[in-house]
Write a protein that binds this ligand. Structure first.
Ligand SMILES: [Mg+2]
Length: 311
């Protein structure tokens, strides 16, 4: 077991990353980023053992990767470009050192994937393992916010919905090994940075889907003072979800609407504009309700179908 300062030195070594954005990187009292004309977009996220991940279900590097990706997903939802990250780890004394370094290695590989150097952080002892990730990004000229949706706008999403939540259900039920594509989808979320950047200036409002489409649309509805009408049949689902979800006693559409963990973007586009990407799933209404319509135009009730991480 390494002494505390050796441990920190080892973490720094694993995270070392040269970047033009960084004037002074990890290792001093604080880091210095290069000046920029852009607005600074800032966000923070915490992943807690037992709530967001479990050491017996995820490899340590995957836990580290996830901690950075879910924080970056909030930058994607603003249309921002990642610049740097800060990571604060709270580690129980009993935690095996190889697990700690494994988590750091996952963060290290992910900073390269997203060109987002970790420029600092903190290591503290505590009762439960947690990873708090602060991300800094460059704002686009027209940042995406939750407040710009207007009645009549089209509602779109990137990618597919429900697969990650299905993967988590498979994992928790011991129904599939880690190589199952849906389990992989949960283990390796993707922050839609490039998509968010392309939507800046086109989209009227956006959010990343972390807690489930309906719940996250609720945030746009509230911020914009609107509602939504979604069509069940247009939800983008992986074809296998229609077989796999029922085998777990779940419905594919319920997973897609309430499962969460997708980290896709939900966004609105003004009437008469075509977004460069995404699947149309509905329309912004004057609200305030969020209604889901079946193929016959009847409203479907999705109350109390929440799917709550590991809790
Ligand atoms: Mg978010």
């Amino acid at each position: 077991v390494l002494a505390e300062f050796e441990r920190i030195g080892e973490i720094r070594r694993r995270l070392s990353y040269e970047s033009a954005e960084v004037v002074l990187g990890i290792g001093d009292d604080a880091a210095i980023l290069a000046p920029t004309e852009c607005g600074q977009v800032c966000s923070v996220d915490t992943q807690v053992e037992g709530v967001h991940f479990r050491l017996d279900r995820s490899a340590p590097p995957d836990i580290g990767e996830r901690a950075l990706v879910v924080a970056l997903s909030d930058l994607a939802a603003m249309g921002a470009t990642p610049r740097a990250a800060l990571v604060s780890l709270i580690v129980p004394t009993s935690l095996d050192e190889t697990i700690l370094f494994g988590i750091v290695d996952g963060i290290a590989r992910t900073q390269h994937t997203y060109a987002c150097p970790v420029v600092g952080g903190n290591l503290a002892r505590g009762g439960e393992l947690s990873i708090t990730t602060t991300v800094l990004g460059a704002a686009p000229t027209a940042p995406l916010t939750r407040g710009g949706a207007r009645p009549g706008d089209g509602l779109f999403v990137t990618g597919e919905l429900g697969s990650a939540a299905c993967g988590l259900a498979l994992l928790l039920g011991n129904r599939a090994n880690v190589n199952h594509p849906f389990v992989q989808r949960w283990q390796h979320p993707v922050a839609r940075i490039a998509e968010g950047r392309r939507l800046a200036g086109v989209s009227s409002a956006a959010i990343d889907i972390s807690d489930g489409l309906l719940q996250d649309l609720g945030h746009i509805a509230q911020a914009s003072g609107v509602g939504f009408e979604l069509t069940l049949t247009t939800l983008p689902l992986h074809p296998d979800l229609l077989q796999t979800a029922p085998s777990l006693g779940l419905q594919a559409h319920v997973l897609a609407l309430t499962g969460g963990e997708d980290y896709e973007l939900a966004f609105t586009v003004p009437v008469g504009r075509e977004p460069p990407l995404g699947t149309r799933i509905g329309t912004v209404t004057s609200g305030p309700q969020i209604r889901v319509l079946d193929p016959n135009g009847h409203e479907v009730d999705f109350a109390n179908t929440g799917f709550d991480h590991f809790e």
